[in-house]
Every structure is written in C-alpha cells, then in structure tokens.
Design a protein around this ligand. Structure first.
Ligand SMILES: NC(=O)c1ccc[n+]([C@@H]2O[C@H](COP(=O)([O-])OP(=O)(O)OC[C@H]3O[C@@H](n4cnc5c(N)ncnc54)[C@H](OP(=O)(O)O)[C@@H]3O)[C@@H](O)[C@H]2O)c1
Length: 308
C-alpha cells in the first residue's frame, strides 16, 4: 500500500510517499481503509522532531474510513462499518496518511452519518479536544463567560460552537482576517489580538480555553474571576500565578476515545457542531498539506483525501 512516511526530521521536507506492507490485524484492533485524514499541528511538529520517535514512521493521526477486518476480540465493530477516530503510529496505531491503518478499537466510533468522510476525518482530535476541555475540565455552564483563544483554529472553532450550545457568553481572540468567520460560528465578542489586548477589554471571566500558549497563557490569568478556571492545550499550570489570582489551571492532554467520539457524534447529528474544510490535498501531496497548515493559518481544517 501507499503511505506518507517521515524519513528525516526535516519538517514537510522529510516526508516521502513510499510502498509498504498493509498492516496485519491483531487483537484489540481494527483495520480500516482510509478515506480521509485530518491534518493537525502535531503532525508538522512531529515532522520537525518534537517527539523522540524512531524513523521511518507513517504520519497522521486522525482518520475516517471503512473497516476491512477486526481483531478476534472486537465485538462492537464489523467489516463494512464506516468509522472515524485516531490511529497515530506513536500511540498504538499505524499512521493514517496511508491507504490502510490499524487503530485501537477504543479510539474509534461510528462516523456521524451527516458528515462525509472528509469532514469526519478532520474532526477527531479537534472535536474531542474542545469537548473534553469545555465539558470535563472547565465544566462550562449556561450563562457563564468564557474566553476562547485562537477561535478560528481547529480546536477554537469547534469550542465556540459547543460553548454557544451550552449557553455561555463567548469572547474570542483571532487575527483580523478571521473576525467575520468566528462571528458566523456564534462568538459574542471578537477581539483582534494583533491590535487589541484582550486583558484591557475583558474581566471576571468564569473560564479561559487557551489553544495558543506562551504569553497569551500568562496574560490570561488577569481576566479570570477569583475561583475561575483555565485549560491550556500547551502550557503547564503555573503554581505561583494560580495562587496569586486564586484560579485553577489544567494542562490538557487530549485522549480520543470511543465514548468521547460518540458524544461528539451526537452534537454533530444535532447540528451543534459543523466542520469547515478549508483545503484538501491528495495522499501524494501530504508534505504540501503539512506545510500549508504550518505556514498558512487556515479558517477550518486541512485534510488529506486518500480515497475519492
Ligand atoms: N495537549 C494536547 O493534547 C493537544 C491536542 C491537540 C492540539 N494541541 C495543540 O493545541 C494548539 C491548537 O491546535 P489547533 O488544532 O486548534 O491549531 P490551529 O488549527 O493551527 O489553530 C491555532 C489558531 O491560533 C491562532 N493564533 C495564533 N496566535 C494567536 C494569538 N496570539 N492569539 C489568538 N489566536 C492566535 C491561529 O491563527 P492566526 O495565526 O491567523 O492568528 C490559529 O487560528 C496547537 O499548538 C496544538 O499542537 C494540543
């Protein structure tokens, strides 16, 4: 089968399209024919050597596809099922920028019927990240105020939609080109982070969802109310700032599970969550897809389409 493998830690320049053996089915796994695979920042970060992984490595974590074979102990899926989920090579899968991939059975779920393969393949990591952050760590409630950083990004755009569904008042930070886009997603207050300082405009927030990190994370303490909470996708809790402002911080490690995917599917089927695809690439163009996401912050998701 064809696969996009990382040969050298040289960013997208280290990726080659190669012929490799189709993965063999094993206990606890499903073998899927990949139709589409979403691209996430972790993919280009891995290509730059962010993780100490052994090369060559088939790239890609997110996917949507059709099950070809199941491990003998897998009872909840069967060949022919349309599924979506995660199968990164560094976490028990075999990588999804490929024609076939093995995935752990507890990292996949039935594909939402209202989404095509491209939309479903773009959703797992960003959708579960938003859902886990807002509902499990921040426990966001109707009527609360939340600041979502990076609202036009993969995670931020889904987070805005879920937060509005919960009934929160949503402020978000974006670059000027993305202001109309996040208004359409439902954001109540849109802050251009290039020309405005969010801490001059906001205070007394119940929650902050940080998908940006660094200085943005540190400055966010100032807008939280006493007892408020923040989730950061990138930073570790800063004990000193937590104590100073009387707030709590969770450093989120997203785990894509069948249960969380099923909750996400419900939100998709209720039309709460919509997935926007900005650009699709073929499997042969995987390197361009990673480079595009890294260098051209998109409105919506970038996807590798493996099977038309
Ligand atoms: N911990 C985990 O388990 C986990 C899981 C998934 C993702 N992540 C990380 O979470 C981050 C976000 O992921 P994603 O998929 O949403 O990435 P993404 O699609 O690339 O979105 C990031 C967004 O942030 C915006 N941005 C950049 N600087 C900003 C600033 N100073 N203020 C406000 N917005 C800013 C970018 O747009 P502009 O550049 O146009 O402003 C872009 O829209 C990534 O770093 C990713 O690696 C962590």
């Amino acid at each position: 089968m064809k696969a996009a493998q990382l040969i050298k830690f040289e960013g997208s320049g280290g990726i080659e399209i190669v012929g490799v053996d189709k993965p063999k089915i094993s206990q606890g796994k499903i073998l899927a024919q990949i139709h589409a695979a979403g691209v996430n920042p972790i993919d280009w970060k891995i290509a730059h050597g962010m993780m100490p992984l052994t090369l060559p490595l088939t790239m890609g974590g997110d996917f949507a596809g059709v099950i070809i074979e199941t491990g003998s102990d897998v009872l909840n899926f069967k060949p022919g099922d349309k599924v979506y989920g995660q199968a990164p090579a560094f976490a028990g899968g075999t990588g999804t920028f490929a024609q076939f991939a093995l995935a752990k059975k507890d990292t996949v779920a039935f594909k939402p019927s209202s989404l095509n393969f491209m939309e479903a393949g773009a959703l797992p990591l960003v959708g579960v990240s938003a859902l886990q952050g807002l509902t499990e760590h921040l426990n966001l409630q109707n009527g609360q105020k939340i600041l979502i950083h990076g609202g036009a990004g993969g995670i931020g755009s889904i987070a805005i939609q879920i937060a509005k569904y919960i009934g929160a008042y949503v402020a978000t930070t974006v670059s000027p080109n993305d202001m109309e886009y996040v208004k359409k997603l439902g954001a109540d207050k849109v802050i251009n982070y290039k020309s405005q300082r969010f801490e001059d405009l906001l205070s007394n927030q119940d929650s902050v969802f940080d998908t940006v990190g660094k200085d943005t994370y540190k400055r966010s303490f100032k807008v939280l109310k006493q007892g408020g909470s923040m989730v950061s996708m990138l930073e570790e809790p800063d004990e000193q700032l937590m104590k100073q402002y009387g707030v709590t911080v969770t450093s989120q490690q997203t785990r894509v599970t069948t249960e969380r995917l099923n909750r996400l599917t419900e939100l998709v089927e209720q039309k709460v969550v919509t997935v926007y695809i900005e650009k699709a690439f073929t499997l042969d163009q995987t390197a361009q897809a990673l480079s595009y996401l890294e260098n051209t912050p998109p409105q919506g998701k970038v996807v590798v389409v493996v099977k038309e």
